[in-house]
Ligand binder design. Structure first.
Ligand code: PLP
Length: 343
């Protein structure tokens, strides 16, 4: 279940595919040639099963992150890992507290698992309202989700505020820190997650290869945290659930960090340039720390749709668009700044 999966690809009439589909906050670049080659080699052995329970992938990721392999749980995208976390830590009827709007997966997974979602509205600036989230925690709360950066607004909780929040959550309530877009953060927003999980044994950090690594189609996600918590989550590990292609893709991606970093820079520079121009045209656009921009206001989705651009839409007409494809960015600018089509 990618973000917003259900409605987003259907924004435009089925007979008229969008010129640009920016609705799923995907990476605009295809996989690096070295990653493709590595995956291709594994496909020649696709008659063989992968490992019964994944060991190589958690070991690779653990070495990269700086934790032990038993502190890492892998799954089918961050979505698959989040689902596994919910199913192993939250009983049906219990509650999950999260900001709203957020990654669509959270309310959808609550519905799928019979868990009650407790959505806490964002503040006016698009930040998760951590005080209100703390107030929403009660004896029924079995999980709290915090996104950093947040989807859809791209805002970032300052490190000291997050630490104060974690100190305020009862130690028996697990917290899921969703870092799906962490690689897009600037140096100023750095947070040491390894130190954080050492301090807070109720904390799990969630990450994905779908966004900065550009491998959404391969479905590779992981979480890391204290070994007691990860052992509970690993109990639901799906046998043969992770492909050999995932191991190859992650190995090759870690070997290609400089190229991937250069791509991230291109995306974030394009994002900031697009935002600056939209601001000059009078639009309100929160500063984003991810690979998308949130465009609040009625009529935005409609103006984009008229120009053949699919965006993730929100109930008030606001939109979230993936950035970094120069042609798509130009089309967005034209759709939102030309007088005939402006919202
Ligand atoms: C905040 C957030 N978390 C998790 C995910 C899930 O990513 P995936 O399942 O592709 O790894 C997304 C996808 O859009 C997201 O925006």
């Amino acid at each position: 279940m990618a973000d917003e999966t259900r409605p987003s690809r259907r924004h435009l009439s089925s007979r008229m595919p969008p010129r640009f589909d920016l609705s799923l906050s995907e990476n605009p670049f295809p996989p690096l040639p070295s990653v493709l080659r590595a995956v291709h080699v594994t496909l020649a052995q696709a008659n063989r099963y992968p490992e019964f329970l994944p060991r190589r992938l958690p070991t690779l990721i653990a070495e990269h992150v700086g934790v032990r392999a038993d502190q890492v749980v892998v799954g089918s995208g961050a979505t698959g890992v989040a689902m596994q976390i919910i199913q192993s830590l939250v009983r049906p009827g219990a509650e999950i507290v999260y900001g709203t709007p957020t990654f669509d997966g959270y309310p959808i997974m609550c519905e799928m698992t019979g868990v009650t979602g407790v959505p806490v509205p964002l503040d006016k600036a698009g930040n998760q309202d951590l005080r209100a989230m703390l107030r929403a925690i009660d004896k029924r709360t079995a999980l709290v989700v915090v996104c950093r950066p947040h989807n859809p607004t791209g805002t970032v909780i300052p490190a000291d505020e997050l630490k104060a929040f974690l100190s305020g959550v009862p130690a028996g309530v697990p917290v899921l820190l969703d870092e799906a877009y962490v690689e897009f953060l600037g140096a100023g927003e750095f947070l040491d997650p390894v130190a954080l999980i050492a301090k807070y044994s109720n904390l799990l950090v969630l990450r994905t290869f779908s966004k900065a690594y550009g491998l959404a189609g391969l479905r590779i996600g992981y979480a890391f945290g204290g070994s007691e918590l990860t052992a509970r989550v690993r109990k639901l590990q799906l046998p043969f659930g992770m492909s050999a292609a995932a191991v190859a893709a992650v190995t090759a991606s870690y070997a290609a960090e400089p190229e991937l970093t250069a791509r991230i820079l291109r995306i974030t520079e394009a994002r900031d340039a697009l935002r600056a121009t939209l601001l000059t045209s009078g639009l309100t656009v929160p500063q984003s720390h991810a690979n998308f921009l949130y465009l609040p206001g009625p009529g935005i989705v409609t103006a984009l749709r008229r120009a053949g651009i699919a965006a993730k839409s929100y109930s008030d007409g606001s939109a979230r668009i993936a950035v970094g494809d120069p042609a798509a960015d130009r089309a967005v600018l034209q759709a939102l700044t030309s007088t005939s089509t402006s919202p």
